[in-house]
Design a protein around this ligand. Sequence first.
Ligand SMILES: [Fe+2]
Length: 304
Amino acid sequence: MSATLERSAPQSPIVPGTSNREFLTYDRADFLKNYSQRPFLIQHAFSDHPLFQLPRLMELARSLNEKHIEYNGGDLPVNQDPALTPRNGLSPEATIQRIEECQSWLVLKYVENDPEYRALLDSCLNQIRPLTEQLTPGMMKPHAFIFITSPGSVTPYHMDPEHNFLLQVRGSKTVHMFDGRDRSIVSERDLEQFYGTRSRHMILADENRDKKWVIHLESGKGLHFPVTYPHWVQNGLEVSVSFSITFRTPDLDQRRGVYSFNAGVRKYGMTPVPRGVCSIRDGFKYQTTRLYQKIQGLFKQADK
Ligand SMILES: [Fe+2]
């Protein structure tokens, strides 16, 4: 695997979208070749956008539901467990106000609940949908997140369950990304634990530390993260603001269902057949998990 990934700016024209304003630029062939398989760069036009200035982000933080804001100290080791990450002792607003010096990492979740950010998210997704539909049809559940990080902060090693493009608006960061298809990096057990427990905590094994792409992101660039490709992120020497646009597709529901089933099988001491070996078996596992979850839901409702 190549140790670095640096590419020139995409030269092809913007793919027509359905929104009034188009913020993304990407190389169509590059997109189709790499989407969902490996990281690739795109460009965006959010660098000076007023919705990403710190006073506006503080206003956004005030308006969001408290449970949709996660913030922590940012001086962390790569293998830090997110559930045990130390808080920074500040409010979200104060964290943003003092982000320059408070050594913190903050994420504003589901910012599409604000109509102005929703419009940006929709615009971006409208632009990429014609291509993603060819490869992973059924775009649904669009969500956007904003990451605000202090200079030098580290986001520990973890993986995410959605299709994701991270748009670097301000500052810079270096993303260390690992191939989620390589079972020496992400094992069947890792995937079962991820989908079965929803814990994001992962340990980067010493022998895997160098099996990675290293991608430098600066303002104006965006990066595609394939689903469950682990990564850790080193922030640059300035405050960083990133806009993450995400969505899901029906195949990801199937994937979650199969791995949740396998996690259950493993709990009883058996070794499940890995996902992807037999589509009929995978279909059965998915449908069984769905049925189990429906019954669980009914019990929960009855308990209310
Ligand atoms: Fe992530």
